[in-house]
Design a binder for this molecule. Structure first.
Ligand SMILES: N[C@@H](CCC(=O)N[C@@H](CS)C(=O)NCC(=O)O)C(=O)O
Length: 239
C-alpha cells in the first residue's frame, strides 16, 4: 500500500498543494490503491510535500514519485504519445511547475487579503509575540524568490502567457493530447484548479476565468478525479 502525504483539503480545493494534487491524480490514473495522510512539509525527505511511503521507502518530490510509480508498477503515463508530444508534455509541466506556480504563489502570499485568509493559517502555531515578525519574514522570502523581482503586473502577464500557451496546446481536445489523460494532465489540472479556486481573488484568477476551454477542462477533470468534491466557481461557496 502506498501512503501519500499532503496538506489536505482547503482553499476551495480537494487538496491545498497543487504538487500533491498532481501526485494524487497520477495515482488515480494508474489505478493504484493509496492511503492519504496529512503531514508537514518538514516531515518529508526533501522538506516538502508531496512525499510517499511504500515498501519501506520514502520518496519526495512529485516528479520523482512519478518516476518511482512508472518503474515499480510498469506504468507509462505518456503511453501512446509521440516523442514530440512527450517532449511537449515535459516542457508544459516545467512551465506550469517552475514558472506558473510562482505567479499563483504571489497571488496567494503577497495580496494581504488572500494571505490572511489562506497561507497565514500555516503559521497559526507560531507564538503570538513572534507571529507578525514570522509572517513578515516569510512574505519577504517569497518576494525575494522565484519571479519576485518583477512588478505585480509583470508577474500576472507571465502567468497569462502560460495560460495562453496551455490553451493553445489543449485546443478543443478533452485532454492535452487527445482522448486519454497523460502525466502532464495531472500537473496542468492541479495548477489550473489552484489558479481558479474562488477562495482567492486577484488579477491572475480573473484572467484565468477568461480561458473558457481551461475552465471547462478543470471542471471535467475535477468531476473525473474528485467526483465527491463540490467544485464550485462561485466565490461565496468556497471554504
Ligand atoms: N518540486 C516539488 C515542489 C513541491 C512544493 O513546492 N511543495 C510545497 C507545497 S505546495 C512545499 O512543501 N513547500 C514547503 C517548502 O518548500 O518549504 C515537487 O514537485 O514535489
Amino acid at each position: 500500500m502506498i501512503t501519500l502525504y499532503g496538506i489536505g483539503a482547503g482553499f476551495g480545493l480537494p487538496e491545498i498543494s497543487p504538487f500533491v494534487t498532481k501526485t494524487e491524480v497520477q495515482l488515480k490514473m494508474a489505478g493504484l490503491a493509496y492511503e492519504k495522510r496529512i503531514a508537514q512539509p518538514s516531515d518529508g525527505p526533501k522538506g516538502q510535500v508531496p512525499f510517499i511511503e511504500a515498501d519501506g521507502v520514502r520518496i519526495g518530490d512529485s516528479t520523482f514519485i512519478r518516476g518511482w510509480v512508472e518503474r515499480t508498477h510498469g506504468v507509462d503515463f505518456d503511453e501512446g504519445l509521440s516523442p514530440e508530444q512527450r517532449a511537449t508534455a515535459w516542457a508544459v509541466e516545467r512551465m506550469m511547475e517552475n514558472n506558473f506556480a510562482w505567479a499563483m504563489v504571489f497571488e496567494r502570499w503577497l495580496d494581504p487579503v488572500n494571505f490572511a485568509k489562506g497561507p497565514a493559517r500555516f503559521f497559526a502555531g507560531a507564538p503570538q509575540t513572534a507571529r507578525d515578525a514570522v509572517l513578515d519574514e516569510v512574505r519577504a522570502n517569497v518576494r525575494a524568490g522565484g519571479m519576485g523581482r518583477h512588478s505585480d503586473l509583470e508577474i500576472v502577464a507571465l502567468g497569462v502567457r502560460s495560460l495562453a500557451a496551455v490553451a493553445a496546446i489543449l485546443g478543443d481536445r478533452r485532454y492535452l493530447f487527445g482522448d486519454r489523460p497523460c502525466g502532464a494532465d495531472a500537473t496542468v489540472f492541479a495548477m489550473l484548479a489552484g489558479a481558479l479556486t474562488p477562495f482567492f481573488s486577484g488579477e491572475l484568477r480573473r484572467r484565468a476565468e477568461g480561458f473558457g476551454t481551461l475552465v471547462a477542462y478543470v471542471d471535467r477533470l475535477m468531476a473525473q478525479f474528485y467526483p465527491d468534491f463540490a467544485w464550485d466557481l462561485e466565490p461565496a461557496k468556497a471554504a
